[in-house]
Design a protein around this ligand. Structure first.
Ligand code: LLP
Length: 427
């Protein structure tokens, strides 16, 4: 019923995650609620480690910044791709080794460069300008920063335009034609030590061919860098592996990715006589399918279509609104009920676009039912906001047959936090 999602099943009419009744979890912790399977999370990392035994696997923290999950990932040996000072502090707290961190970003503040240098993490420079800034910062601090270069390989990732990052029209990376020149500059600068190349071509990619194309381009560039006497100690190929959001989708596995890119990598390294560390930066394929997003039905309205009004909207799960993304919906307390009618599931936010799922055929839906949105672990909570006076919800981790709270829900004090009303307005 749930394809390759072995952590999910229906029993006695209820949806279960790792054998734990989702309806009971909703009762215990309330809704809306994010619920994650720890076992599935660990398995997802292990699948990468088996497919890429020699690589370092860095988690893209933007996909999910929950500290308990980051602790699990650290235990499983992962490092991290961080995109800001905030994300760096999270992975430091999670105990990830600084050696296994890459500080990414296309527009870093001086303070962020300082922080990266102070922490001793490698920086991926997204432009020549940033390389010069990093050199300046490191020299002032009397340090030497290891720097890699984000390559824009001009490769089509065949994905949603908002999450394609490797085309020449994207804001990310140094155009591949300029990489050798930038590397040369870095080799002559104080305060920086160029150590390798980095790329990330996009997200939710469902074919391996774009990865292979990018890998071939990266190996060509490595050759040019070696020709000018540059050292290539690491090569980071980013994240991007897609997952099966719809029951019909077939997504490539880490093993499929490995059989596509490893031969090109190994042949390239052998030809050049180099042995750089391979790094990957998956986010979605590590964490998306581990997590359910639970909401409760407030109203069913038979109008132009059958609207199901639930207690969470795009403030808590923005992907359907932002990218027309599909998340499979299951009525958790009628999980093996026969599909009866078509429904459109909407949130409580004051915008017509606040739709979580469109035209889904479900068992008869009623007030009080629990709707589970599947595959919500990546870019779910991490993109949540408090728009429209809706506080962010709690998160729960399922382990060993029970749920544990791993983030408290916010209360209304979040709306007052940091606000200042000048005394003159209080008269
Ligand atoms: N590395 C870099 C430099 C990235 O920019 C990203 C994602 C990743 C790794 C991880 O990619 P993944 O394995 O998760 O595809 N909010 C969008 C996705 C934005 C992705 C941004 N960069 C969504 O919900 O689909």
């Amino acid at each position: 019923m749930f394809g390759t999602k072995e952590h999910l099943r229906a029993e006695g009419g209820h949806l279960l995650i790792d054998g734990v009744d989702v309806v009971e979890i909703a009762e215990e912790f309330g809704t809306p609620l994010y619920v994650t399977s720890e076992e599935r999370l660990r398995e997802n990392v292990r699948r990468y480690r088996e497919a890429f035994p020699d690589a370092w696997i860095f988690f893209a923290v933007k996909a999910n910044g929950n500290l308990a999950l980051l602790r699990v990932l650290a235990e499983e040996g992962m490092g991290a791709d961080v995109f800001s000072a905030g994300e760096l502090s999270l992975v430091r707290m999670a105990g990830m080794p600084m050696e296994k961190i890459l500080f990414n970003g296309n527009s870093k503040r001086t303070e962020e460069l300082e922080l990266a240098v102070e922490a001793g993490v490698r920086v991926s420079a997204d432009s020549k300008d940033e390389l010069l800034a990093l050199s300046e910062v490191a020299c002032e601090m009397g340090e030497e920063a290891e720097v890699a270069f984000r390559v824009n390989p001009d490769v089509s990732a065949k994905t949603h335009p908002k999450i394609a990052t490797g085309l020449k029209t994207a804001k990310f990376g140094i155009p591949w034609q300029e990489i050798v020149d930038v590397y040369k500059t870095a080799m002559s600068l104080d305060g920086v030590r160029p150590v390798g190349l980095h790329c990330h071509i996009g997200s939710q990619i469902l074919e391996t061919s774009p990865f292979v194309e990018a890998m071939a381009k990266m190996m060509d560039l490595a050759e040019k860098v070696v020709e000018i006497g540059g050292k290539i100690e690491m090569m980071d190929f980013g994240g991007g592996l897609g997952i099966a959001y719809t029951p019909e989708t077939k997504a490539p596995t880490p093993a499929d990715l490995a059989s596509g890119i490893l031969p090109v990598f190994k042949a390239g390294c052998q030809k050049l006589g180099i042995s750089p560390r391979m790094i990957l930066e998956p986010g979605r394929s590590i964490v998306a399918d581990t997590t359910l997003f639970l909401t409760k039905v407030n109203v069913v309205k038979r109008a132009h279509v059958n609207f199901v009004g639930v207690d969470a909207g795009f403030n808590l799960l923005a992907r359907p609104m932002l990218y027309d993304a599909y998340h499979h919906a299951v009525v958790a307390n009628k999980a093996d009920g026969a599909p009866e009618e078509k429904y459109t599931i909407v949130g409580p936010i004051c915008e017509s676009g606040d739709i979580l799922a469109k035209d889904r055929t479900l068992p008869k839906v009623e007030r009080g039912d629990i709707v589970a949105m599947l595959d919500a672990g990546a870019y779910g909570f991490s993109m949540a906001s408090v728009y429209n006076g809706q506080p962010r919800c709690p998160e729960v981790l399922v382990n060993d047959g029970r749920g544990e709270l791993i983030r408290r829900g916010e209360d209304r004090s979040v709306f007052l936090s940091g606000q200042i009303v000048p005394p003159r307005l209080l008269k």
